[in-house]
Design a protein around this ligand. Structure first.
Ligand code: AMP
Length: 431
């Protein structure tokens, strides 16, 4: 049968079995973020196109090629958000958060949209979780953000991560460095992709960010002589960088310097960082971030430094699937089964139990044998059986579906008993 509609290219449906894992990932993240004292912020999924064009940079790949830009019925120039930070900073200004305290710790989670070529780990709608510290230039903020970044991965079961770090300095430093980069690449100009030849004119740093195999080959060949951004830092940027590195060491965060790490968006200043996992193939970045000290000012606000990161949840989930480090199984539920005479009691009992427990039952009210089969498949740990005789006496039977043990309890003691039995470690099946 030919289907009339499919999910648009580059988008996916997440079905219940997969979402269990997603929810586990989200719940673990919420726990870490709460303990770090970050507050959640939710901003619209679309904003003025101009907001992204201005902050991400006209020459960035995201703005030039990947933007879902559209006009609404009144002709407003809008875009689906390709990333979260611009919207957070816009909201920060719009609601005058600066007047409510100097330092703000915020986090967000939600879908982002980029019109890239879909492949493993790259989608047109994908999920990011991100965090921002707005309001301080202190190296301590960079370090807290990087520590939080690593701790999220650890909460998801990743171990021994190494964070790639670099400093991209200030816009003035980058302009000087861009010139050095242009000269360094000039002899190989013809070998670069058409895009990178254009980037070389508009924004040479973007060449370092190219994923084009042709460009990667040129960069690889010339790597030994590549000018380094760190060498171009002025005194202030260097002091900041050294302070960040010292504190990362002190905090026990494993890191290594990556001179080519410039990040794909123009708003970054000073510290930048990323984490990759090569087993993901070409789309290996799991997350990254950095400082954006000029962004809020660019949006018309007072000079307000910030630092943040975002993590691609689709890729985190891919990694977890690869490692099969699945979500902890649900703590075991209850299946309510009935006899002909007690069938009518099921909806009320199930409803009452669902106030506290995960409860399943047979919606089709089939015979006892069919109900028992469903109970076995449901993954429930305990069966609550409404036997005719027991029900008349005001009792129900609880059966452990693993061990087969049975116990009759008074209806009014049912919740207490279930609570107590589900707390116990699971008994092994009877042999
Ligand atoms: P970026 O802001 O581009 O560094 O993105 C942050 C993270 O989001 C990346 O490290 C990826 O994990 C994820 N990401 C970016 N683009 C996509 C995409 N098209 N599909 C899936 N994940 C993405």
């Amino acid at each position: 049968m030919a289907l009339k509609h499919q999910a648009p290219r580059g988008t996916r449906d997440l079905l219940p079995a997969e979402l269990e894992r997603w929810q586990w990932v989200e719940a673990r993240a919420r726990g870490v973020l709460a303990r770090y004292g970050y507050g959640e912020i939710r901003t619209p999924m679309f904003e003025d196109y101009e907001l992204f064009a201005r902050t991400s940079g006209e020459a960035s790949e995201v703005v030039q090629k990947e933007m879902y830009r559209f006009k609404d019925l009144k002709g407003r120039d809008l875009a689906l958000r390709p990333e979260g930070t611009a919207g957070v900073c816009r909201a920060f200004l719009e609601h005058g958060l600066a007047s409510q305290g100097r330092i703000h710790r915020l986090w967000y989670m939600g879908p982002m949209f980029r019109y890239g070529r879909p492949q493993k780990g790259r989608y047109r709608q994908f999920w990011q979780i991100g965090a921002e510290v707005i309001g301080t230039l202190a190296p301590g903020a960079d370090v807290e953000i990087i520590t939080l970044f690593v701790d999220l991965f650890e909460a998801w079961g990743f171990r021994d991560l190494t964070v790639a770090v670099n400093s991209v300095g200030t816009p003035a430093i980058r302009a000087r460095y861009g010139e050095a980069l242009r000269q360094w690449l000039a002899p190989a100009r013809e070998k670069l992709s058409a895009d990178s030849q254009r980037r070389l004119e508009e924004n040479p740093l973007r060449v370092l960010d190219s994923k084009d195999p042709q460009d990667l080959a040129v960069l690889g060949e010339r790597a030994a002589t590549m000018p380094k951004l760190l060498d171009a830092l002025d005194e202030e940027a260097r002091a900041h960088w050294t302070a960040v590195l010292a504190r990362l060491d002190a905090a026990g965060v494993r890191h290594e310097i990556d001179h080519g790490l410039v990040r794909g968006l123009d708003y970054y200043t000073r510290t930048t960082f990323e984490v990759h996992d090569r087993s993901l193939g070409a789309q290996s970045a799991l997350g990254g971030g950095g400082r954006y000290d000029g962004l809020i000012e660019d949006l018309g606000g007072p000079p307000t430094p910030g630092v943040g990161f975002s993590i691609g949840l689709d890729r985190v989930l891919l990694m977890l699937e690869q490692r099969e480090s699945a979500a902890a199984p649900a703590a075991g539920g209850v299946f309510v089964a009935s006899m002909d005479a007690t069938r009518i009691e099921v909806p009320a009992l199930v409803r009452a139990l669902r106030r506290e427990f995960t409860v399943d039952c047979d919606l089709e009210e089939r015979g006892f044998g069919a109900q028992m089969k469903s109970a076995g498949k449901s993954g429930a740990r305990l069966l609550v059986l409404l036997g005719e005789e027991e029900w008349k006496r005001g009792e129900v039977v609880i059966k452990d579906l693993g061990s087969g043990d049975q116990q009759a309890v008074r209806r009014e003691k049912l919740e207490d008993t279930l609570r107590e039995r589900l707390r116990r470690p699971q008994e092994s099946p009877a042999r």
